[in-house]
Ligand binder design. Structure first.
Ligand SMILES: [Mn+2]
Length: 316
């Protein structure tokens, strides 16, 4: 029933706006790319909102139809919000959202707030896997460009098929994507073997400052404005650091505190086997998945550190 909305969009020829989340990752960039390609193939006029910088290892997903929120003019028939659990996480302004007659949310977060006019929310590995399912239901045949976007979504959100969100269905979808014959080695290298040197050094510096808490089951990592300044890095270069903390032997949960300002700290959390970090993020108005979640604390770094250590230690 709900899937009819994609069919409706493709047959309506209405104008669409694709909206990923803030601080775009592989899943929202990959799914925006494939959905945009699908709309292209159906001759549908559309744009993708991209206010934030695309991390350099995802630049192969850049498209000419990407615009910034302040370049939006007129109205859209559909706003399609991808990989976004709540309205305040959408990568655009309320003003832009209000220009869309119908908001369609396509997401896989457990904490989704069902904030669209239509919400397609399924607990699958990635929005890429979800989109593939929608494509199948409407008999849309993916080509190699669709495959590039879908593969990026799935391979990044499953941690290269290592996380518990990888199911037999995920692997079946991956097999179907591979059948298109796209150059997966090239795309894998773009994503995983193409890191900027300063990003690797930032990760190394953050890991040198690691602290252990909660009977050594919690790794605490920090990226401050000073650390970014020294390397001329942006906060998006901190991508991958929190996972490195989790991958340490004996660690159940890794927390990365990202200092946005002396009043705002972004918290990223990753757990390994039993801690539900989405519950912790919800306590502070954030969201996410059981094993990967985040929130924002409006306090300084030291206060954020104490707040989060206290909350996690009581659960370990
Ligand atoms: Mn995702």
């Amino acid at each position: 029933m709900k899937n009819n909305i994609l069919k409706e969009i493709l047959s309506s020829q209405g104008k669409c706006l694709i909206i990923p989340h803030q601080s775009p990752d592989g899943d929202c960039l990959g799914s925006s790319f494939t959905l945009s390609h699908c709309l292209d193939r159906h001759g549908i006029e559309h744009h993708i909102i991209m206010d934030d910088l695309i991390p350099s290892n995802y630049l192969f997903l850049k498209k000419d139809n990407m615009i910034k929120s302040d370049q939006v003019s007129g109205t859209y028939d559909y706003g399609i919000i991808l990989d976004t659990s709540s309205k305040d996480r959408a990568g655009t302004t309320d003003e832009v959202l209000s220009r869309c007659s119908h908001l369609l949310v396509i997401d896989h977060h457990k904490t989704n707030a069902y904030f669209g006019d239509t919400n397609i929310v399924k607990m699958v590995s990635s929005v890429g896997e979800l989109l593939f399912g929608l494509y199948e239901e409407i008999d849309y045949k993916i080509d190699t460009n669709d495959a590039i976007g879908l593969y990026t979504s799935i391979v990044t959100d499953t941690g290269e098929f290592r996380y518990s969100n990888t199911t037999s269905e995920t692997l079946k979808v991956a097999a179907r994507i591979f059948e298109t014959g796209f150059d997966f080695e090239k795309i894998s290298q773009e994503i995983f073997s193409n890191q900027e040197l300063k990003k690797v050094i930032l990760k190394s510096n953050a890991l040198s400052g690691i602290e252990l808490h909660g009977q050594n089951k919690m790794a605490l990592l920090k990226v401050t404005q000073t650390m970014l300044g020294e390397l001329e890095c942006e906060m998006y270069h901190s991508d991958g650091i929190v996972e490195a903390g989790r991958d340490i032997s004996g660690i159940e949960v890794s927390v990365l505190l990202k200092e946005i300002s002396d009043k705002e700290i972004k918290v990223s959390m990753r757990s390994k086997s039993y801690l539900d970090v989405s519950e912790i993020s919800l306590l502070f108005g954030g969201g996410g998945h059981i094993r990967a979640a985040g929130c924002t604390l409006n306090m300084n770094l030291q206060e954020a550190e104490q707040t989060i250590i206290k909350e996690i230690e009581s659960r370990l």
